[in-house]
Design a binder for this molecule. Structure first.
Ligand SMILES: N[C@@H](CCC[C@H](N)C(=O)O)C(=O)O
Length: 290
């Protein structure tokens, strides 16, 4: 009888993930395996994989093991590695709670963008301290779709984003392929692109084309990048004014609330849901790895 490998399926504002618990880092999750798992027809389906590993067991996280027991080894749906996933880290902690590894309260999670502090509230929402945004000075960029183009803000949330304010989210088009961003030299490792419209005071809506996944229903790091870009556009810089800036960001899959504090820390709150759990056939996984 062949061994089976446990998985779960979860989402945060419909940014969906295949969760693969592998505490001792025993699985060889090749890019081909990840892409097969995320395939919505021949696999389980998801925007990415949350590989759940003890920090001490992963070479990229051992240095963080003293601060955070668990490492989120995040992979995009095409198999590529990403530094950070804001919705993913909330779902990751929801999984840790579901599996009985942690209780309500504050939990540290190691990520490629450093240790993130995550809080599980009684109402079910999960808040993550995302760290601060980096806005490379004089590094603004241009995003295009067909004949239209917009000036965009280069915002780094541990991973790269280009944030464009548009008149209508439909102007982003089908987003079947990555929207061109110029100059390409601003993003040597590729970029996530957000299109944003205003909905009211401190309230915006966005669509996103994610590096390594295509258009998704939500992107947590993207929503944070959007909140920071909107705040700067609106003349709000909490580090200067000493007043936190809060934005509600509507995404196709729900709503996220983002607050930037005067010390630069950005907090994001939203839902995180475990949908299902099951077993992957080892033989299928072995074939997928080839
Ligand atoms: N959906 C994620 C971001 C996932 C990584 C991204 N595609 C990248 O390559 O940087 C989020 O919620 O932040």
């Amino acid at each position: 009888m062949s061994t089976r490998i446990a998985f779960l399926k979860g989402h945060g504002t419909e940014n969906d993930f295949v969760i693969v618990p592998d505490p001792e880092n025993a699985l060889d999750l090749t890019p081909a395996t990840v892409a097969a798992l995320c395939d919505r027809r021949a696999g389980i389906g998801g925007d990415g994989v949350l590989h759940v590993v003890r920090s001490a067991a992963h070479p990229e996280a051992q240095a963080m093991a003293g601060e955070a027991e668990w490492f989120m080894d995040y992979r995009n749906g095409d198999g590529s590695v990403a530094e950070m996933c804001g919705n993913g880290v909330r779902v990751f902690v929801r999984y840790l709670q579901h599996a009985g590894h942690v209780a309500e309260g504050d939990i540290n999670v190691a990520t490629r963008a450093g240790v993130k502090r995550v809080q599980i509230a009684k109402d079910g929402d999960v808040t993550v301290g995302m760290g601060s945004a980096r806005l490379p000075e004089g590094d603004d960029v241009t995003v295009s779709v067909g004949e239209r183009s917009w000036p965009a803000r280069n915002v780094n949330m541990g991973n790269p984003h280009a944030v464009a304010f548009v008149d209508d989210l439909a102007h982003a088009g089908s987003l079947y392929s990555p929207p061109p961003v110029a100059p390409a030299s601003a993003y040597p490792d590729g970029v996530n692109v957000e299109f944003v419209v205003d909905r009211g005071h401190g309230h915006v809506a966005m669509r996103v084309h994610e590096r390594g996944a295509g258009e998704t229903r939500s992107c947590g790091t993207g929503a944070c990048a959007v909140a920071v870009a909107a705040a700067r556009r609106d003349g709000a810089d909490p580090a200067v004014t000493g007043t936190p800036a809060t934005y509600t960001v509507d995404v196709p899959g729900g709503r996220l609330v983002i607050t930037e504090r005067p010390d630069g820390e950005i907090e994001m709150t939203g839902p995180a849901v475990i949908v299902a759990e099951g077993l992957i056939e080892a033989e299928w996984l072995e074939n997928a790895a080839r």
